[in-house]
Ligand binder design. Structure first.
Ligand code: ADP
Ligand code: MG
Length: 333
């Protein structure tokens, strides 16, 4: 459905996105996760054909998109801070449908359906200045749905929403996907990993403009100091120094696989070079039987453990915990 081939995007000479081959299959929901500045919004803007990449091509349905007449109409991007036009929410929702030549009755039916699904019926008569940030976001997503795009690009669609509104949005997304029977493809930028795991079919982690071949937890942008070859380097991340076994020097991304982090209640004697004490902040269950424990140990780390470990160690939010991992467990990109 969507392919970015040999894409490089430069701003002011600096490469902010570099994707050799990024593919999103038809009918799937792909989450793009990564820290701020990793290139998520840039990727979505290129996919939305709002900008041509400095190098490379965006393909839609097996053709270079820039040369496909009407391609832009089949793709809709909802930006993180969407812009509503003047006028009421109803007029905002109707505008694109009218521009696509829909008749009055069709427009009314489409508006009725999306308002119900997004719970925005009571907002229809309001002007944009009478809406909160979260409501604007919800209206913008509803407006995009009403257009029935083949490719829907959502840039942090719940960043201003409360949990209830976020759930409603993701449920609506799932429903729409089943209703469209494989005809809807979604690319979703998010830095909320739990949502990304729960609502997408596939996760892609971006770091410094590149897809990194690891799970998206525990990615840190660092500058590795010079040192003797083969020595373990120490690099500051948040409030801790992480020991890394690498001979790389300079800017890099560090990744600590969640399954390589050992948790204990108290600091224990271990050969691991990295041992940090702190407390549990969150628990999440991305897949049955697996628990992601987020701990604040001077930096936020996510460890993957079993339900048994959670019980045995009493891992509840606020509980003390120690994270340990080897210098050799830290991957460098
Ligand atoms: P994300 O959405 O993951 O936070 P962005 O795609 O917004 O990341 O940004 C990636 C990098 O590109 C950042 O360093 C950002 O400052 C830079 N960038 C994005 N858009 C522009 C632009 N129009 N001009 C200059 N730099 C930009
Ligand atoms: Mg962004």
């Amino acid at each position: 459905m969507l392919e970015l081939r040999g894409v490089r995007q430069r701003y002011e000479g600096r490469i902010v996105l570099e994707l050799e081959h990024f593919v999103v299959e038809r009918g799937t929901i792909v989450a793009i996760v990564g820290p701020n500045g990793s290139g998520k919004s840039t990727l979505l803007r290129l996919a939305a054909l709002l900008e041509a990449p400095t190098e490379g091509q965006v393909w839609l349905n097996n053709r270079p998109a820039m040369r496909t007449a009407g391609a832009r109409r089949r793709v809709t991007l909802v930006e993180q801070r969407p812009v509503l036009f003047r006028g009421t929410v109803r007029q905002n929702l109707a505008f694109g449908l009218r521009a696509r030549g829909k008749r009055r009755a069709e427009i009314d039916a489409a508006l009725e359906a999306v308002s119900r699904r997004f719970g925005i019926g009571e907002l229809l008569g309001r002007a944009r200045r009478e809406l909160s940030e979260g409501e604007i976001q919800r209206v913008a997503v509803a407006r995009a749905f009403a257009l029935e795009p083949d490719l829907l690009l959502l840039d942090e669609p719940v960043s201003s929403a409360d949990r209830a509104a976020a759930l409603q949005l993701y449920r609506a997304l799932q429903e729409e996907r089943s209703r469209r029977a494989g005809g809807l493809t979604v690319c979703l930028a998010s830095h909320q990993l739990e949502d990304a795991y729960r609502w997408s079919d596939d996760l892609r982690a971006l770091a410094d403009g590149r897809v990194v071949p690891v799970t998206p937890e525990n990615l840190f942008r660092v500058v590795l100091p010079p040192g003797a070859p083969e020595a373990t380097r120490h690099v500051r991340v948040g409030a801790v120094d992480i020991a890394v076994a690498t001979d790389r020097v300079g800017p890099a991304i560090l990744a600590v696989p969640p399954s390589d982090i050992i948790l204990s209640r108290e600091p224990v004697a271990s050969s691991a070079r990295n041992v940090f004490a702190g407390h549990v902040t969150r628990l999440a269950r991305p897949r049955p039987g697996l628990v992601h424990v987020t701990a604040d140990v001077g930096v936020e780390l996510v460890a993957e453990v079993t339900e048994e470990a959670v019980r045995e160690l009493g891992l509840l939010p606020g509980a003390p915990v120690t994270c340990a991992f080897k210098a050799s467990a830290v991957r460098v990109f």
